[in-house]
Each structure stands twice: as structure tokens, then as C-alpha cells.
Design a protein around this ligand. Structure first.
Ligand SMILES: Cc1cc2nc3c(=O)[nH]c(=O)nc-3n(C[C@H](O)[C@H](O)[C@H](O)COP(=O)(O)OP(=O)(O)OC[C@H]3O[C@@H](n4cnc5c(N)ncnc54)[C@H](O)[C@@H]3O)c2cc1C
Length: 451
């Protein structure tokens, strides 16, 4: 008998619910997919393994969205549910300004209040059934690329959800993987980071966090290297620091993610110890750790057409474009402390920690790229009959992913997946036959800016 394996008994589980569309994962990507489909009339089930919606924006404490305007500040290029959510947050001062082209440098959000708004948006929609603390565990296949049902685990046990179309918005691509769809792991995925929230984050003029880390590095070897950023949180006295990084981590591997959680928290502890030693009289407190380490990159689906950095940075206008963006190609390297930014103003710079080690231009002097586009095709897994993928597992090469991976972009992908899934439900055809002109029309009619 092979003692290294256990055979599970065959199992029958109840079908708890049948829906038109089932969305796995409740970040803004998944929530926006569910909302757009539900508003078109679809019966939608949305499941999320944690206790709240929002993904990295809430669980990971990352409360920063990027500009809704093009780089020349001439026109708004992002609307839809991103805009609608910001309008809700704005009412209580839970986000910074976003309406004017001059609001270019990023929109800070209060992650906790985002959680509350997402709760309200989803529960107000009668066509959505929400299951929190419910984890996807298995795809039940009707044929190659065709999911008949999924099996999920919740507090009460295991159950099945049957749907006509499924959207994988899990970030990790758990459904696409479970359905046996082709996926690839990048050779150098961008490293994960645990953010943290602090109170008392106030230092004397001239204080430099990086130099302080360098001063204490021997004494506190867990201090992180590399780029960091942070922000004061709107409607709060707290400060969020994205200061850790775990290099060469396969975030789809269970042992690796355990290592990453522990390592990044050690780095946060070292930052706290350092600040307490440097400023013994200041009340610097650690107020919150993320519920899950922030994963920048894991597996990608293989789609009919990989979005490439070349076409993105050429400003290619796709016939099936479902969204627009301006965030730079921002690559956190996973082998050293460098980070590369290729901005749409034509500049390229490489930083090592906070030192600039290279700067130049990738566009001729005087030229800029106002914005780039994202096509629907990179959300359609190759060989899938009724599965769409939205979020960071979309099909993009290293450069293109470096740009599209931020939330204002993935939010738009979520909305597009929701609309496209509804079209597939209505037509009864597979997702490969979705009429993208109609997707664009429906997106625009629902408030998206389609160009
Ligand atoms: C440290 C850090 C800083 C960043 N900074 C910024 C920034 O400033 N601005 C910006 O816009 N972007 C930023 N990004 C990138 C951005 O946050 C992510 O790319 C984006 O949030 C990914 O969205 P997603 O929907 O694909 O995945 P996620 O946000 O990871 O959401 C996936 C959701 O699926 C759920 N899920 C997973 N598995 C299951 C399962 N089995 N069953 C049910 N549910 C499941 C998860 O719990 C989660 O809620 C940052 C990323 C990191 C890590």
C-alpha cells in the first residue's frame, strides 16, 4: 500500500444554486463583473473566500487607484463602475479628488470604507447572490473547456453551483486551472508585498526612511531592500506603507506563499523595531496587517491573443478594446532591488531602492502616448467554452502586464467580462463567438468610456 497517498471516497454534493453566471473571486474585478452582468438581467452568483469584497484593495490594504484621464489631461478615459464607486466614496471623504484632469497622481482610497461601499453595491442588486467565506475548490467538467458546475467549501460544508458561464476573477486563476485550461508561469513574476498601516507616522524634517534602513541593516537583517511607497489614508489618521518584498516567490505554490507571508511580516517587524529605536519618544504603532499578502503576479491564462508590450506602447487601437489606461509599465524585478518604469510621457527610468540608476526615453523627444487600450481577447482563455478570466491572470507579456496590472485597468476588464458573459448566456454560443462590437456597445451604454 502506498502510504504517501490517500484515496478519497467518491462524493455527491447538493447543487445549492443554479445561475446564469458564476463569478469566482470578489475583488473589484469580480464585483464589477457581477454587477455589470446583473444589471443586464443575468442571475449571478459571486463567491469570495475571505470575509469581504475588494481583493488586494481591501484585504491587501492597497488603497490607491490611478488617474481616470489621459496623459495629456485632455479627456477622461475611464468611467463605468470605477467612477461610480469613487462617487460613493467621495460622499464621505473616503477618497481623494478624481474628477479633474489635474488629479493625475493617483486617487487615494480608504480601504475599509471601500469594503462598506462594495457591500452596499452588491447587496442592493437583487440579481446577485453573494457567498462570503466561501472558497472555490473544484471544477466539474461537461467536456473539454466546458465547466458544468463548480464545487465550493463554506462553513456548512461542500456544495455545487451550476451556471451557464463562469468568470474566474480569483487573481490566482483557480477556476481556469481547475478546468484544465492552459496557463503559464512567467519566468520572473513580480514579487509580492505585504503592506501595513501605522499610526504616529510623523518624522522630523529631513528624515529619510531608506537611509534609516541602511543605517540599521546590519542590526536588523530582516529590513527590506528595494523600492517602497506609502500614503496617508483618507478619513483616517493612519499611514499605509508598501515597503516589503519577497523575491523569487511562486505565489501559486502553498509552501511559497507561507514563506512569503512570514518573511514579509518579519520585514514589517524590522521596520517597526527600527523606528522605535530611532525615535524612542514617538508613539509609532502598527495598526493593521493585511489579511493576505499582496500578490502582484502569478499564473497567466493562455488566450487567443497575448497582449504585448509592443502593441500596448504603440498605442494600438484594438477593434475589441474594452478599456483604456495610462499606468506606466512598472516592473518590480524579482531578482534584485530594481524597478523599471516606462511612462507614457516617453521616459524610462530604473531605480534601485530610491536611487535612480538609469534614465532616458523610449519615445522620441517631444512625443507622448496619451493612453493605451486593452482588448477583450486577452480575457478569453484558449480552448474555453464557457469560462472567462478577468484580473491579474489575464494574458499579457511582461511589459504589457507591468502596465495593465493596476486596479483601474483590471476593474474595466471585470466589467467587460461581466458583459461578455451575459452575451454568451443569451446567445447560447461559446465564449469564443462573443460579438465584441456588441460588448463595446453594452459597456458604453452602461457607463464605460469606450474608444
Ligand atoms: C503591494 C502591492 C501594491 C500595489 N499597488 C497598486 C496601486 O497602488 N494601485 C493599483 O491600482 N494597483 C496596485 N497593485 C496591483 C493591484 O492591486 C492588483 O494587480 C489587483 O488588485 C489584482 O486584482 P485581481 O482582481 O486580479 O486579484 P485580487 O485583488 O487578488 O482578488 C482576487 C480575489 O479572489 C479571491 N479568491 C482567490 N481564490 C479564491 C477561491 N479559491 N475562492 C473564492 N475566492 C477566491 C481572493 O480572496 C480575492 O478577493 C498593487 C499590488 C500589490 C501586491
Amino acid at each position: 500500500m502506498d502510504k504517501s497517498r490517500i484515496t478519497l471516497p467518491p462524493e455527491t454534493v447538493a447543487v445549492k444554486i443554479e445561475a446564469d453566471i458564476c463569478v469566482v473571486g470578489g475583488s473589484c474585478t469580480g464585483v464589477f463583473a457581477a454587477l455589470r452582468a446583473a444589471r443586464l438581467g443575468a442571475k449571478v452568483v459571486l463567491l469570495e473566500k475571505s470575509n469581504r469584497l475588494g481583493g488586494v484593495a481591501t484585504l491587501g490594504l492597497v488603497g490607491m487607484w490611478h488617474s481616470l484621464f489621459d496623459i495629456t489631461r485632455q479627456q477622461q478615459i475611464i468611467g463605468g463602475l470605477t467612477f461610480e464607486t469613487l462617487e460613493r466614496l467621495e460622499k464621505t471623504g473616503a477618497c481623494t479628488t478624481f474628477r479633474k484632469p489635474t488629479d493625475y497622481y493617483g486617487i487615494r482610497l480608504n480601504s475599509e470604507e471601500l469594503t462598506l461601499e462594495l457591500d452596499a453595491m452588491v447587496t442592493a442588486e437583487k440579481n446577485i447572490t453573494l457567498y462570503l467565506q466561501t472558497s472555490f475548490s473544484q471544477a466539474v467538467m461537461a467536456g473539454p473547456g466546458q465547466v458544468e458546475a463548480i464545487v465550493a467549501d463554506d462553513k456548512s460544508g461542500r456544495f455545487a453551483i451550476r451556471a451557464r458561464v463562469f468568470i474566474d476573477a480569483s487573481g490566482d486563476g483557480v477556476l481556469a486551472r481547475g478546468a484544465g485550461l492552459a496557463m503559464r508561469r512567467p519566468e520572473h513574476p513580480q514579487p509580492p508585498t505585504s503592506c501595513a498601516r501605522f499610526s504616529g507616522w510623523s518624522f522630523p524634517d529631513g528624515f529619510n526612511l531608506r537611509q534609516c534602513m541602511d543605517k540599521y541593516r546590519e542590526e536588523l537583517p530582516d529590513l527590506p531592500g528595494g523600492y517602497f511607497w506609502g500614503m496617508p489614508i483618507p478619513n483616517s489618521q493612519l499611514y499605509m506603507l508598501a515597503g516589503t518584498r519577497v523575491l523569487q516567490c511562486d505565489c501559486n505554490d502553498a509552501d511559497e506563499i507561507t514563506r512569503a507571508e512570514i518573511t514579509s511580516r518579519r520585514q514589517i517587524k524590522a521596520i517597526l523595531d527600527m523606528l522605535r529605536r530611532e525615535f524612542p519618544d514617538r508613539p509609532i504603532c502598527l495598526e493593521a496587517l493585511p489579511s493576505a499578502i499582496g500578490i502582484r503576479e502569478g499564473l497567466h491564462i493562455e488566450s487567443a491573443g497575448t497582449l504585448t508590450g509592443e502593441e500596448l506602447l504603440a498605442g494600438r487601437r484594438f477593434p475589441d478594446a474594452i478599456g483604456n489606461g495610462t499606468y506606466p509599465v512598472d516592473i518590480h524585478n524579482d531578482t534584485d532591488a530594481t524597478i523599471t518604469f516606462k511612462s507614457l510621457d516617453g521616459t524610462v527610468r530604473v531605480n534601485k531602492a530610491d536611487q535612480r540608476i538609469h534614465s532616458g526615453r523610449w519615445l522620441p523627444e517631444g512625443q507622448v502616448l496619451p493612453f493605451y487600450q486593452m482588448p477583450l481577447s486577452c480575457l478569453i482563455p484558449r480552448g474555453a467554452v464557457n469560462v472567462l478570466a478577468a484580473g491579474r491572470m489575464l494574458d499579457a507579456d511582461r511589459d504589457a502586464f507591468g502596465a495593465v496590472r493596476v486596479m483601474v485597468n483590471l476593474n474595466q476588464c471585470g466589467e467587460a467580462a461581466g458583459v461578455a458573459a451575459w452575451q454568451a448566456v443569451q446567445s447560447g454560443g461559446g465564449i469564443s463567438r462573443i460579438d465584441s462590437a456588441e460588448t463595446r456597445r453594452l459597456l458604453q451604454a452602461g457607463g464605460s468610456i469606450i474608444m
